[in-house]
Write a protein that binds this ligand. Sequence first.
Ligand code: DUC
Ligand code: ZN
Ligand code: ZN
Length: 468
Amino acid sequence: MSILIKGGTVIGPTGAQPADVLVDGETIVAIFAPGKGPEGPGPEVIDATGKYVIPGAVDAHTHMELPFGGTHASDTFDTGTRAAAIGGTTTIIDFAVQRTGEVVQDGLAAWHGKAGGNCHIDYAFHMILGGVDDDALKAMDQLVASEGITSFKLFMAYPGVFYSDDGQILRAMQKARENGAMIMMHAENGPAIDVLVKQALERGETDPIYHGLTRPQELEAEATSRAIWLASVAADCPLYIVHLSASKALEQVKAARDLGRNVFAETCPQYLYLTLEDQLGAPGFEGAKWVCSTPLRSKHESHRADLWQGLRTNDLSVVSTDHCPFCMKDQKELGLGDFSKIPNGIGSVEHRVDLLYQGVVDGKLSLARWVETIATTPARMFGLYPKKGIIAPGSDADIVLYDPNGRTRISVETHHMNMDHSAWEGWEIAGKVDTVMSRGEVIASGGEYTGRKGRGKYVPRALSEYLV
Ligand code: DUC
Ligand code: ZN
Ligand code: ZN
């Protein structure tokens, strides 16, 4: 079946252009100057007058069902990918987990078991390595060669859980340099944070805000710098810093990029908008909703302005969500009386497209850069392009019709994520997702979901495109 998306303005990384888009089956087959597409009986026509036509967004950082802090992230692949779809995201890259002591391939098989048959949109995996040893290093080669997994996340934080020491990190980086994979780094100095957490608790400082105060930006910057130097020792292994939140960490990334290093970074909507004082410091236990790591930063410093600037200058290449939702009831509440026991994470998979469009309206991002940071670059960074992330002949027909004149009100009453609160409760922002198409099928329209569970497919990934 063919569909002609007619009368809209197509936005890509090179700018905006009025154009009609022809879809045949699951694929985009042609782009026409307005009105020059097929006439008469033929394709079904979707009227996109007044709408932006953008590639389905790619969220390169989600944690469906992640085991964490004695519980599990509250979105399953079913609920999380459905919410993502409604919000205009048509591909996620989730993190499969190798727990310490587990065979890497067993962790991967478990993740396929959770996602298979349950996703509403296409999905891919990165692999978290919970322990780097000879077997894990061999597994890295196998995952790159045969499983379509070309990126591995390591943690400089969370000693005793996901933590890798510098020697382990260096070995994984050397392996990645050999096989072309990307090392993704959670860059916070975990052992130093643990000292500050212990001291805070001994002083009776138990409220959620102390989660942020015991993770100062210096410990993010130090770890970011150390990761960059370790990657340098590993012959400039490609390095991607996840959830970068702070000005001083960004300075480290900028300096490395100015030297032409293979260093990349992402940030997330929470760091662009929310703050230590206004959210994490909310009265009583309320701030638990915003406990995530890296933490929200102070509004009295220049973090948010610096991050928006970093997105404009490409020192930050990608905006992902780090979607890791936990309900207040029975989950965040595990940390009542002890902030260090609050499961870390914020859920935003449904809202990233809209939240970043607000940046366009506020004059902080161009339209082209909006699309580039939420769709095109994540697809290129992680080997999904040109199947995903672009409106071009031959690409998957993952397409969002976006209404720039619409408005979106975010609330727990209306969101589709499996959370009993929203980190963005009551926010009313510009723009609205109108229609979402995934591989040629309209799966959401006017906020109503019309797809079905199980239609999403696993997408094996190639190597990053950004490496020479
Ligand atoms: N940070 C979070 O906020 N949640 C899960 C893991 C992480 O690194
Ligand atoms: Zn992390
Ligand atoms: Zn994460």
